[in-house]
Design a protein around this ligand. Structure first.
Ligand SMILES: Cc1cc2nc3c(=O)[nH]c(=O)nc-3n(C[C@H](O)[C@H](O)[C@H](O)COP(=O)(O)OP(=O)(O)OC[C@H]3O[C@@H](n4cnc5c(N)ncnc54)[C@H](O)[C@@H]3O)c2cc1C
Length: 365
């Protein structure tokens, strides 16, 4: 059977990039609370930022499967989901602009972002709630050729560094997405994990946005959730695979009561269960991604994929820390970072409960 996810050359490129440009600096970026802009330029030079974006908008071509391979390989080579969130925020900020087909917006926002020169973010969530996307309160009042935008956005990934925000606003015509500049970063938010990924509160006070920056309504917004949720699902099983690999190495080395940990049946069975959960999650997520890449409009299966991968990741990172003993609780241990980073997975991009609501709706209940 042909493995659509093999892509050895791409994997090799990403592995080298991760080992040379990310791993040596990741601890410092975690402490700094952000990744440097220079990393965006380096990733762009190798063509990594443009993957899954068409050449006509400045991308490198390729599809969802290529971006999955990049995510898998960065995390499994010693990167992290937080790093993915920070470096690939354009994956959620740009698709609506590309889909609008507006040449001016593509020149101004998409091309320079794919060259690593600008940073964009996606601003949907507000202090009053994130799950209820239709209930957003940030207003955009039409005034001639412009909107005047007022409101607050919360928990915005890369918001502290962003040059522009693809922003969900309420207009007379319902919820719309507009590409905005001129907002203020009112807070940098301190988090449990994803420390290298800056997260911000953004304030919009009478921000003027040309009406030509309107890139679509709520259907446009919903249409791009599938790719975001699948990306998070991939981050989950890749994080779990990395933790399994680190734990396998550790249990072979670590001796207690005169024997390696790997010599204990209890430990071996735990590892077997971790491996089973990783493989089931990877197989289902990849299967769903293959269908999405071939044009199927899947919502329920994507929700199932995300929840499956989140559950596997939660289990595996917990077991990895446990099997590392005291070391697993220290900042020195890579599994400690993955354990903290993993907790966002069932919250971001639609919570586990909201995914279950989608699945239940399909069941007719
Ligand atoms: C690190 C981080 C990065 C983020 N990045 C971004 C970003 O870049 N852009 C962006 O727009 N947002 C971002 N978010 C926001 C994220 O998408 C929201 O936190 C998430 O959608 C949940 O919204 P909420 O926090 O308002 O929780 P709420 O919607 O208030 O939900 C609270 C709890 O109630 C549950 N709940 C809600 N409704 C129901 C229901 N009908 N039935 C049962 N249970 C329910 C939820 O599952 C959750 O457990 C980020 C969040 C974090 C923490």
């Amino acid at each position: 059977m042909i493995d659509a996810f093999a892509k050895p050359e791409l994997r090799d490129l990403v592995r080298k990039f991760t080992r040379n440009e990310i791993v040596p600096h990741l601890d410092a970026w975690e402490r700094a609370g952000e990744v440097p802009r220079d990393l965006h330029r380096k990733a762009a030079e190798l063509g990594l930022l443009g993957i899954a974006f068409p050449a006509e908008v400045g991308g490198e071509g390729g599809d969802l499967l290529d971006s999955i391979v990049v995510t898998e390989e960065i995390i499994q080579s010693g990167g992290s989901s937080g790093l993915i969130a920070a470096l690939f925020t354009h994956g959620i900020a740009l698709p609506h602009i590309v889909a609008s087909g507006d040449a001016d917006l593509i020149d101004r926002y998409v091309r320079p972002t794919l060259r690593g020169e600008r940073i964009g973010c996606l601003a949907i969530t507000e202090p009053d709630g994130g799950s209820d996307v239709a209930g957003i309160r940030t207003t955009a009042k039409a005034d001639g050729d412009s909107y005047t935008v007022n409101g607050t956005k919360l928990f915005i990934t890369s918001g502290a560094r962003a040059d522009f925000a693809t922003t969900a606003v309420r207009t007379e015509d319902g919820v719309r997405l507009v590409v905005a500049e001129g907002f203020t970063v009112t807070r940098r938010l301190e988090k449990m994990g994803w420390h290298c990924s800056d997260t911000a509160e953004l304030s919009f006070v009478d921000v003027r946005v040309p009406r030509s920056h309107d890139v679509g309504g709520i259907q446009t917004l919903l249409a791009h959730f599938a790719a975001e949720r699948l990306s998070l699902a991939v981050q989950c099983y890749a994080t779990a695979q990395r933790c399994l690999d680190l734990t396998l190495a550790w249990v072979r080395d670590r001796h207690t009561f005169g024997r390696p940990l790997a010599g204990r049946q209890l430990v071996r069975h735990r590892l077997a269960e971790m491996a089973r959960q990783v493989d089931v999650a990877r197989t289902y997520v990849r299967h769903t991604a293959l269908r999405v890449a071939s044009g199927d409009q899947l919502v329920t299966e994507v929700a199932m994929a995300k929840n499956t991968a989140v559950a596997a990741c939660d289990h595996v990172v917990d077991q990895a820390v446990q099997l590392h003993g005291g070391l697993g609780y220290l900042r020195d241990a890579e599994v400690e970072r993955h354990y903290r980073d993993a907790r966002i997975m069932g919250i971001g991009g639609g919570t586990t409960e909201i995914m279950n609501e989608i699945i239940a709706k399909q069941l007719g209940v």
